[in-house]
Design a protein around this ligand. Structure first.
Ligand SMILES: *Cc1c(COP(=O)(O)O)cnc(C)c1O
Length: 807
């Protein structure tokens, strides 16, 4: 086959060869696959750059308002397929590469997975960046360019081993180093009074410089910028020290700068707490705020008009120090009065809360905060006295006032970052309806009394480009045949499928695609782990961070109960199941790591037991990340969303699975509730305690031992695990983990077990009725278009940022 000389593909082909020679420096005969990958990205990038500049020119011409999304995490994953598809160049690139004997998807696999985040919070930031560009909203994402992002997980003898992920080791063809966009970031030192105000004289300084990555929206409508900061020492090599023989000391400043951007703290839903983390937070926040203020003053002159041109959104409290940094720049550098600066700050800043767990709310020991950021400490005190004055005036009592205070006075004094963010923002949003309501009655109940208009809900979403079109091209093509391609531009148009839900031909075609995806996943698992999976079995998937509140343990104990029953009654017509687990545990989280080991111990035993006769397989797929999610989700029949009610703020994995035609088995938690409302009770399997019931049980003294003793299945499964049936090499391994369920069972594993077990048997019965299972799958796809991050971003744009949604 040869390309038509005038085609777009032929043009691209000529460009790739040119790039390969002149920018990669390779002759096409000598080029290795990685050189072709680089040439492919650079060729595509050239097309993107033209759009990027157009987008920037348009924003300046319209002097429009920009959105600034500050996030310590961006869990981006690979970019090639996303960017190609959004630019509409997939087909042409495929043809051009084929000319040279390359398969595009093989080159895509050479791209490292950019994992600058832990889980849902970081992935949300990445989906939001894509939707902002797709809705043609001018935006910058601001974060840190970690040299080592999320660790790579290896499973050794069933245990998690963490290895550094070197995603930048072959260079990164997507990024642009902007050494000219650099700012000084200070730490420590002292604040001196001067005639015209105060001056902060930091003891230490590092330079933050920008590294930009273009983010392409759907149909290439707009290209925005993800600006990640890297750190440099002012004096990278002190030659005097080096020449005097102090080779390490000579480099100390550079080492200190490097450490700021070296690693992502690999903890999810728990604050890291170390001084380096606070330094990272201030480093990227200060650079971002300085960049925003510089741009505003340069183009608009007066800092007082900032809220007309800039909306700053804080993704959780990690960038909450932005409130104090913006105040500092306005008061100390731009000479605004405190009150005026405070109004400008509030009008500009919005804060998104991601967790209710009181122990997970970030706070810093006051002496540490004061030592590192002495001027910010003064500003925090000034803000606090203002807020507490308002609270007094509003008639709040002492208990409410001490809960509202930015300083926690109980025991060791601490600075409460959530209270700082709440006070300094005009909008404070939760990420699902239940979560937002709980914010009002739990952690923020007193702040909510003081500022009742501030809390609002923005239910999370995911980008349907990555999480449907790109990860599941087979399904996308069937859907196009069924309802046309309008859903590509508006995911809510998927609802046209409702009329076809009972069409057996459509059900059949979607089931065929699912089977193809399952075969592809089975092949991957076979190559990776040597385990054979039957594509006709029900693929039952729980992939997410490993955390006790997400209750992988509930799933594992139920798996053991099922295993027991299959062995006791092999004659019954069991539904063949494949239990798929994946996820990383924070390196310091003992129980989470033990749960990974348990999953692997159960897998080894079950998979090698001939008496289950292939009715049950268990796999723990190592190194869960975005790329792996893109392979697993399209192959899932059942989505496990079984967190203890009231503990998962929203979840976004739940949305991705439903969009790909999996049924959900889940609790009434986070966005599961809204998924249920949309897909209908008949198309989802809901079980277990409600958030209210969990709260009541915890308050009224719940006795897990009693519950366990009244459930034969549960008692037997726990006993088997606790006595070493799955760990004969170390029979005591899980005694403590199981003992925890007997003793307090904070996460309600025992309380929800029977309901979960029964729900799983309902799933079996549903699965046996394939026509109705398929109709349910279609109704899931049809009714979760609302969970597109385009809808979420549209709501932020309208309600919080006041920017036009020009889509
Ligand atoms: C979507 C996603 C998450 C979030 O999953 P939850 O089930 O909502 O916790 C975490 N990690 C990756 C890689 C994801 O793609």
């Amino acid at each position: 086959m040869s390309l038509d000389k005038n085609s777009r593909a032929a043009e691209i082909d000529a460009q790739i060869i040119d790039v390969l020679r002149h920018r990669v420096g390779k002759d096409e005969r000598a080029a290795k696959p990685h050189d072709w990958y680089t040439a492919t990205v650079l060729t595509l990038r050239d097309a993107i750059i033209d759009r990027w500049m157009e987008s920037t020119r348009k924003t300046y011409a319209e002097s429009g308002k920009r959105v600034y999304y500050l996030s310590l995490e961006f869990l981006i994953g690979r970019l090639l397929r996303d960017a190609l598809s959004n630019m509409g160049l997939t087909r042409d690139m495929e043809l051009a590469l084929r000319e040279h004997g390359f398969d595009l998807s093989a080159l895509e696999d050479l791209e490292p997975d950019a994992a600058l985040g832990n889980g849902g919070l970081g992935r949300l930031a990445a989906c939001f960046m894509e939707s902002l560009a797709s809705l043609d909203i001018p935006a910058y994402g601001y974060g840190i360019r970690y040299v080592n992002g999320m660790f790579r997980q290896r499973i050794d003898d069933g245990w998690q081993v963490e290895l550094p992920e070197t995603w930048l080791s072959h260079g990164n063809p997507w990024e642009f180093d902007r050494r000219e966009s650099a700012y000084i970031i200070g730490f420590g030192g002292e604040v001196v009074e001067k005639a015209d105000g105060v001056e902060w004289r930091p003891a230490e300084k590092v330079e933050a410089s920008a590294v930009d990555t273009p983010v392409v929206g759907w149909r290439g409508k707009r290209v925005n910028t993800l600006r990640l900061w890297t750190a440099h020492a002012f004096d990278p090599l002190r030659l005097d020290a080096f020449n005097a023989g102090d080779h390490f000391g000579a480099l100390a400043e550079q080492v200190r700068a490097d450490s700021l951007v070296r690693v992502l703290y690999p903890a999810d839903s728990t604050p890291a707490g170390q001084e380096l983390r606070l330094r990272q937070e201030y480093f990227f926040t200060s650079a971002s705020i300085q960049d925003i203020v510089r741009r505003h003053v340069q183009y608009n002159g007066d800092i007082r008009t900032l809220p007309e041109k800039a909306a700053i959104q804080l993704n959780d409290t990690h960038p909450a120090v932005a409130v104090a940094e913006l105040m500092r720049l306005m008061v100390d550098v731009h000479g605004l009065e405190f009150n005026e600066a405070w109004e400008v700050t509030k009008a500009t800043v919005g804060y998104t809360n991601h967790t209710l767990l009181p122990e997970a709310l970030e706070s810093w020991p006051l002496p540490l905060f004061e030592r590192l950021l002495p001027r910010h400490m003064q500003i925090v005190y000034a803000i606090n006295s203002r807020v507490l004055r308002e609270a007094r005036k509003a008639g709040l009592d002492d208990a409410a006032i001490s809960a509202i205070s930015l300083i926690d006075e109980g025991g060791e004094r601490r600075v409460r970052m959530a209270n700082l963010a709440f006070s300094g923002a005009h909008s404070v949003n939760g990420v699902a309806a239940l979560h937002t309501e709980l914010m009002k009655t739990t952690v923020f109940s007193d702040l909510h009394k003081l500022y009742p208009a501030r809390i609002n809900n923005k239910t999370n979403g995911v980008t349907p480009r990555r999480w449907l079109q790109q990860c599941n091209p087979g399904l996308t093509s069937v859907l196009k045949d069924a309802i046309g391609d309008c859903f590509l531009d508006d995911a809510e148009k998927l609802s046209d499928l409702n009329a076809l839900a009972d069409d057996p031909a459509l059900g059949e075609r979607i089931a065929e695609v699912k089977r193809t995806n399952k075969i592809a996943l089975a092949k991957h698992v076979k190559e990776l782990m040597g385990i054979r999976l039957d594509p006709d079995a029900l693929f039952d998937v729980q992939i997410k961070r490993i955390h006790e509140y997400k209750r992988q343990l509930l799933n594992l104990i139920e798996t053991v109960a099922l295993y027991d029953q299959i062995r006791s009654h092999p004659e019954r017509d069991w539904v063949p199941r494949v239990k798929i687990f994946g996820g990383k545990a924070a390196s310091s989280y003992h129980n989470a790591k033990l749960i990974i080991k348990l999953a692997n111990d159960i897998a080894r035993r079950v998979n090698s037991d001939p008496s289950v006769g292939g009715l049950l397989k268990v796999v723990f797929v190592p190194n869960y990340n975005v790329s792996l999610a893109e392979k697993i989700i399209p192959a899932a029949d059942l989505s496990e969303q079984i967190s203890t009610a009231g503990m998962e703020a929203s979840g976004t994995g739940n949305m991705k699975f439903a969009l790909n035609g999996a049924l959900t088995i889940g609790t009434l938690d986070g966005a599961n509730i809204e998924i249920k409302d949309r897909v209908g009770d008949a198309n989802i399997e809901i079980f277990g305690l409600t958030a209210q019931e969990v709260e009541d049980k915890r308050a009224n003294g719940y006795n897990p031992r009693e519950v366990i003793e009244s459930s034969r299945e549960l008692q037997q499964a726990i006993a088997a695990i606790a006595t070493g049936v799955f760990s004969p090499d170390d029979p005591q391994r899980y005694a403590g983990l199981m003992g925890g369920i007997y003793d307090h069972d904070w996460f309600m594993v025992a309380a929800d077990f029977d309901a979960y077990h029964a729900a799983q048997r309902n799933i079996d019965r549903r699965w046996e009725q394939q026509p109705s299972w398929r109709a349910s799958a279609i109704r899931n796809i049809a009714n979760v278009g609302w969970f597109s991050s385009d809808r979420t971003i549209g709501e932020y744009a309208r309600d919080i940022w006041g920017v036009r949604d020009r889509a």
